[in-house]
Design a binder for this molecule. Structure first.
Ligand code: HEM
Length: 183
């Protein structure tokens, strides 16, 4: 229990950092800043969730996987709220026209809906029935990464490094499935 509480506190750090940057430092472009911190954290936590699954025979951290996944959903939810409430000012017509103008938003939305599905079906009661479908996490990772790239005009070195985690995770998973590696 103490370990789970410690983990939850660590997973809340990006959120606390975000509040600090918004209300104490007062960053220049808060909406853009919220997109970056919430989007990058949601994606990083998705990577960590899959890495926990892949390494479960070597290091068993499965009991923490649900919490990491739910925090990924939490940051994705903040990201989506930033779009609808702060960026589009709750104007349905702007949400629709902006989405039509910037197709990368479709990919983000599909990825977000997959996260909603996984979060709802991650309870003790529903997970045994739905765990097979939680493989959609890989689709969510791919869609979110493409969404991330498409949202940029140009990618910085840090962004390239960040994105390179995706093919590593996917290739590792493939090698595990085809039994080329046995971790
Ligand atoms: C309803 C779903 C979503 C919407 C409407 C949405 C919207 C957006 C928008 C508008 C941007 C561009 C921000 C800009 O102008 O620079 C963006 C960037 C981004 N999104 Fe999303 N997104 C969604 C889902 C997701 C999800 C599920 C993830 C990750 C798991 C994600 C990760 C990112 C990342 C990493 C960026 C780049 C942030 C940056 O500029 O540094 N998004 N998103």
């Amino acid at each position: 229990m103490k370990k789970k509480l410690a983990l939850a506190s660590i997973l809340l750090l990006p959120f606390i950092f975000l509040l600090y940057m918004l209300f104490v430092v007062e960053v220049e472009d808060p909406i853009k800043y919220i997109y970056t911190i919430t989007g990058a954290t949601a994606l990083m936590l998705l990577y960590i969730t899959t890495i926990i699954s892949m390494l479960k025979k070597a290091i068993n951290l499965v009991k923490y996987r649900r919490m990491v996944g739910l925090f990924s959903f939490f940051y994705a939810l903040l990201h989506m709220i930033n779009f609808v409430v702060l960026d589009m000012e709750l104007d349905a017509a702007s949400v629709i026209s902006e989405t039509l103008k910037r197709p990368f938003i479709y990919l983000g939305t599909i990825s977000f809906l997959l996260l909603v599905f996984m979060s709802i079906t991650s309870t003790k009661k529903l997970f045994p029935k739905f765990y097979k479908y939680h493989k959609v996490i890989y689709i969510s990772i791919i869609l979110s990464s493409v969404h991330f790239v498409m949202a940029q005009k140009a990618l910085s070195v840090e962004q390239w490094v960040y994105l390179s985690i995706m093919p590593i995770v996917l290739v590792f998973k493939l090698l595990q499935r085809t039994k080329i590696i046995h971790i």
